[in-house]
Design a protein around this ligand. Structure first.
Ligand code: NAD
Ligand code: WQD
Length: 333
């Protein structure tokens, strides 16, 4: 049995789809604060198999103990968390509570119930701003917002745990910019409020839900002046979790991996890729830089390729086409 916290969310649901399709037993724990229970039905539609679903909070040790004592999961994949950078600046305590407190509570319960394999959703935001690219796992750390610090602290808890208890096997996965959706069009990113990220905003503008999207800054020292990021398809990202989980069957200790393509794409390049892949123009206007944004960063995914045998395969065209298909389907629902 694999325990997936945050399994009805954007990334977790894609990992659940792969696990179910591979015949694994899956139990999702999610409080539905940023997702819907309909994802459980969608997973069944997509894979023909239904995961167990337990609605509850990762900060609730009593609830988690009931689940873990009954299921005795062999491995836990921990996606549950809060992820909006700007919100984390306004509400730091909520972020520390869920992302750090929730992780510590979950680990304590797993420790008491025999689970010793753990895959953690970390983020490229743990790296210090740098002009030296690509970012490797050895690049200096130094988060610059509360959200990043919560991931940094949770990583530290995991390193300390693996050092203190050698039977724990931990993979810390630092995601770059996940985009796209499941090829079925049934799973994807459905922000409950106004989206913050580029791709959902681009889709909103393409669909006419907003008149245009903002290009935050055309005065960065990048090849076309717009911000550059390492976007990767969520299905590739999900596959990275399967490889990491398998790796922990034999690898002891705590291991950190970047999950990205290794290639940066600018905002304008993404808009052009979207137009080419979908035939739809997303109107935009150039606006001032968004506070807190960096000009450019992208990963070196070499370690994941070397040790996990994982490499992102999908192209920006795949990312745009699948994001758009999911977006249109959501609008139709
Ligand atoms: P998401 O919001 O779609 O999924 C998170 C899920 O966790 C949601 O279903 C939500 O309902 C659930 N959840 C939140 N708080 C909870 C709590 N206290 N108890 C139980 N469930 C709770 O986000 P996502 O994009 O799928 O991100 C998954 C993980 O990956 C997060 O930890 C996030 O920080 C991390 N991450 C995401 C990105 C990204 O760009 N999407 C990048 C790097 C890291
Ligand atoms: C990408 C690029 C913007 C919106 C955030 C978090 C990070 C991780 C992923 C969780 C930037 C530009 C954006 C828009 C724009 N999440 N942009 N117009 O900021 O790289 O990363 O999400 O861990 O921690 O910080 O992603 O998609 O918001 O922005 O021009 O409407 O698009 O300036 O260059 P970001 P993003």
């Amino acid at each position: 049995m694999i325990l997936v916290t945050g399994g009805t969310g954007y990334i977790g649901s894609h990992v659940c789809a792969l696990l179910l399709a591979a015949g694994r037993e899956v139990a999702i724990v999610d409080n539905l604060s940023n997702s819907g229970a309909d994802v459980v039905d969608r997973l069944e539609t997509v894979t023909g198999r239904r995961p167990l679903f337990h609605r509850g909070d990762v900060r609730d040790a009593g609830f988690l103990t009931e689940v873990a004592a009954k299921l005795r999961p062999e491995c836990a994949l921990h996606f549950a968390g809060l992820k909006a950078v700007a919100e984390s600046v306004r509400q730091p305590l909520a972020y520390y509570d869920v992302n750090v407190g929730g992780t510590a509570t979950l680990l304590k319960v797993l420790q008491q119930n025999g689970t010793r394999r753990f895959v953690f959703s970390s983020s490229a935001t743990v790296y210090a701003p740098s002009e030296v690219m690509p970012l490797t796992e050895e690049s200096p750390l130094g988060p610059y917002n509360p959200y990043g610090w919560t991931k940094f602290m949770a990583e530290q808890i995991l390193r300390d745990l693996a050092a203190a208890a050698p039977d724990w096997r931990v993979a810390v996965l630092r995601y770059f910019n996940p985009v796209g959706a499941h090829e079925s069009g049934l799973l994807g990113e459905k922000p409950l409020g106004t989206p913050n990220n580029l791709m959902p905003r681009l889709c909103d503008a393409a669909a006419g839900r907003t008149p245009r999207f903002s290009v935050f800054g055309l005065d960065y020292p990048t090849r076309d002046g717009s911000g550059v990021r390492d976007y990767l398809h969520v299905t590739d990202l999900a596959l990275g979790h399967i490889r990491a989980m398998e790796h922990l069957e034999t690898a002891a200790g705590a291991h950190v991996y970047n999950l990205g393509t290794g290639t940066g794409l600018s905002v304008l390049e993404m808009a052009a890729a979207f137009r080419a892949a979908t035939g739809v123009e997303a109107p935009y206007e150039v606006c001032p830089r968004r506070p807190g944004d960096l000009a450019e960063y992208y990963s070196s995914p070499a370690k994941a390729e070397r040790e996990l045998g994982w490499k992102a395969e999908k192209t920006p065209a795949d990312m745009c086409r699948d994001a758009w298909a999911f977006h249109r389907r959501c609008l139709a629902d």
